[in-house]
Design a protein around this ligand. Structure first.
Ligand SMILES: [Zn+2]
Length: 267
């Protein structure tokens, strides 16, 4: 192409009708790009990501001191959890401060009953669900409120449940944790009830935890794991740092976010 050809082409492109056509083409392409982006966004909304994640909970007022000693560990491991506490009226100032610090760090504090009673046993012995609420639930919520904790979730002590208390509790709490396989891979169908597998002790291997995580991803559910005290060693009612580190590392590896119990109700 000679120098004069290039000059003519440039002149043609940037003058008169050709310039108009060029701008029309640019405009059309831009509109198409905007349309494609809008379709992409809409398609993204139409097909939500399958539910996946981990909901971890720790139980009992008797465990609070161990939680207080593990604040840094939990923070470093990137663990967010729900801490279920009974006997809220009988805590030391240090225990209250530990719970407040846990809440400040994004964890949830839930009710584990007022006196940590066995619901199924009491109902069998003739207690009504209303009496159960009056003696075990309302005083617990009230005691939490007096210390500034909003109570949205509940965990049955001993994992002991009854139909009558289930029906009464679901009018009060957004999430109710039980023990066992029903709702262990929570996908919303058992709401507001969530199951759980306890990982205290010394026999919870990386293979077992990873198998549960893979199962949760396969079925599109949130894996619910429970424990009591937290410390360097595992044992009866003690969950070791090693076990929790395995959970945290596998959560990262498999891109499983941690949820609190009441967050499940918002998914
Ligand atoms: Zn308990």
């Amino acid at each position: 192409m000679s120098g004069s050809d290039t000059g003519r082409l440039a002149k043609g492109l940037f003058s008169g009708r050709r310039q108009g056509r060029l701008w029309f083409v640019i405009g059309a392409l831009a509109s198409l790009a905007v349309l494609a982006f809008a379709v992409y966004q809409f398609a993204g909304r139409a097909e939500p990501e399958p539910m996946t994640g981990i909901v971890l909970s720790f139980d009992d007022r008797a465990s609070i001191n161990s939680w207080g000693e593990s604040l840094q560990f939990l923070q470093d491991a990137g663990i967010k959890a729900t801490f279920f506490v009974d006997k809220f009226d009988a805590m030391t100032p240090e225990q209250i401060e530990t719970l407040r610090e846990l809440a400040r760090r994004g964890n949830e504090i839930g009710s584990h009953g007022f006196r940590h009673v066995n619901a199924a046993q009491l109902i069998e012995q003739g207690m009504t669900a209303e009496e159960y609420l009056d003696t075990e639930i309302h005083p617990s919520i009230q005691a939490m409120k007096e210390l500034g904790f909003e109570c949205k979730s509940f965990a049955y002590p001993f994992g002991s449940t009854s139909e009558a208390t289930d029906a009464a509790l679901k009018e009060i709490f957004v999430t109710i944790r039980k023990v066992g396989p029903v709702g262990l891979y929570y996908d919303g169908t058992t709401a507001p009830f969530v199951g759980s597998q306890f990982i205290d002790g010394t026999n919870m291997t990386e293979e077992r935890i990873e198998a549960m995580i893979l199962k949760a991803q396969e079925v599109g559910g949130i894996l619910s794991l429970g424990a009591h005290k937290i410390g360097p060693e595992g044992g009866v009612c003690w969950c070791s740092y090693d076990t929790l580190k395995i959970v945290a590392d596998l959560a990262k590896k498999h891109r499983m976010p941690f949820y609190t119990m009441s967050e499940l109700a918002e998914l």
